[in-house]
Design a protein around this ligand. Structure first.
Ligand SMILES: O=C(O)CCC(=O)C(=O)O
Ligand SMILES: [Fe+2]
Length: 408
């Protein structure tokens, strides 16, 4: 036991044991965290140019942080106010996103994911790679068959903390569900495309722009903007897209995880509603690196490259080549959300580009509660309602302040 200045028992031997156990197990965790993050000899930027922090300093900081958290937890449990100083710098950069776990293990995992994404960008995004045109160009009304391409899965991004795979549905979960890219043409009619573009123009009116992008999350909070007919059409298209993805993948339970109505303008709209004229809306990224529960990403286009706008193609960055997919009115493009599908939008050079972006998850507990659908596996109606708070970064600020940029 430890004794205080007046020989009183300061820490009982029992408490001492608890403390020692805590330190022992967290020292172990600090060692694994360091291994996980830095065993490749690169800092978190993953560019080989930045050295990892010193092992001992990292481990000490990790342990200190763990102790502080535990103390905080116990104090709060006993009803004491927070002791934590607001300006303390945590040893791990804070990641606050939908599905980002608060635990230290979870944050380590999230940091590793960001590092993997940066490394993939460095490996695969470079000038002079051969460009392949993926998928045949459809002629609207031709009812082209579903086209698909299996791609080797990237290394799994989340091992345990943020999100784990769901058999048969998650990309790469068993041989039954390969990682892949798909194109389904003619999902919409020309009348629906025209109506969606009209609807987007009116409902995006008065929202902020970020570079060429103007965004609206079609969830319960945006019903007023979209109006009853607009909400209904959007819900119908969300549901049709989800049905199409489910059918193609042969998966019966696929849940909405997020969605965005997005218009891109070239040149970007200027004026007081422009938040960031320099905003880069075409940066390469991995959807799942940003939101862990995204398993499948889908894009439904309402107008066509080469006719209504130039540039703005969807581009997948593979190791030795890039694959180009043309946005075509009525075309649904979907793909597994992991590292195998690093992608971007090519810079636009003319016109306006309209798309409904959607993300699906295989996990019911990660389902988005408030997308417009009333047919979503029973959960949308149950959770919906004006006080159900959107869960993810895609869902903030539809109203007066306009849309915030999603972290994609
Ligand atoms: O607009 C597109 O075609 C792709 C957008 C995208 O990649 C995203 O929002 O994650
Ligand atoms: Fe994306």
């Amino acid at each position: 036991a430890l004794y205080g200045p007046d020989n009183e028992v300061f820490i009982t031997s029992e408490a001492e044991e608890v403390l020692e156990d805590f330190l022992r197990s967290h020292r172990q965790k600090a060692v694994s965290a360091y291994e996980l993050l830095y065993s490749d000899g690169e800092g978190l930027e993953g560019d080989g140019g930045e050295a990892p922090p010193g092992r001992q300093a990292f481990e000490e900081q990790y342990l200190l942080e763990a102790l502080k958290r535990e103390t905080e937890r116990v104090m709060q449990e006993k009803g004491h106010a927070s002791h934590r100083q607001g300006d303390e710098k945590p040893p791990l950069p804070d990641i606050q996103k939908k599905d980002a776990p608060a635990s230290m293990d979870g944050q380590v995992e999230a940091l590793l994911v960001q590092k993997r994404q940066r490394q993939a960008i460095r490996e695969r995004v470079r000038a002079g790679k051969p460009l392949e045109v993926g998928f045949d160009t459809a002629v609207q009304g031709s009812h082209t068959a579903v086209q698909s391409l299996t791609v080797p899965c990237g290394e799994p991004l989340y091992q345990q903390h943020a999100y784990s795979t769901v058999p048969f549905c998650s990309p790469g979960a068993g041989p039954s569900q390969p990682c892949s890219r798909w194109v389904v043409d003619d999902l919409t009619t020309q009348a629906e495309d025209a109506e969606m573009m009209r609807l987007m123009d009116s409902s995006l009116e008065g929202l902020f722009h970020q570079g060429s992008e103007t965004l609206l999350v079609p969830d319960a909070d945006s019903r007023a903007r979209l109006g009853p007919d607009g909400s209904q059409l959007t819900a119908e298209l969300l549901s049709r897209a989800r049905a199409s993805v489910s059918r193609a993948l042969n998966v019966s339970s696929l849940f909405y995880s997020g969605s965005l109505l997005k218009r891109m303008d070239y040149p970007p709209i200027q004026g007081e509603m422009q938040l960031d004229a320099e905003h880069d809306s075409v940066n390469p990224h991995v959807d799942k690196a940003n939101i862990a529960s995204y398993d499948w990403s889908a894009l439904l286009y309402f107008n066509s490259v080469g006719q209504d706008f130039d540039g703005g193609e969807l581009l997948f960055h593979d190791l030795d080549s890039d694959q180009l997919v043309d946005p075509v009115a009525g075309r649904l493009v979907f793909f597994s959300s992991g590292l195998e599908n690093l992608h971007r939008v090519r810079p636009m050079t003319r016109g306006q580009r309209y798309v409904l972006a959607m993300w699906f998850t295989c996990s019911e507990v990660h389902a988005h509660p408030s997308l417009l659908s009333s047919t979503g596996q029973g959960h949308a109606q149950t959770y919906g309602g004006s006080n159900s708070k959107p869960l993810d970064s895609h869902s903030d600020g539809n109203e007066e302040l306009g849309e915030r940029k999603p972290e994609l």
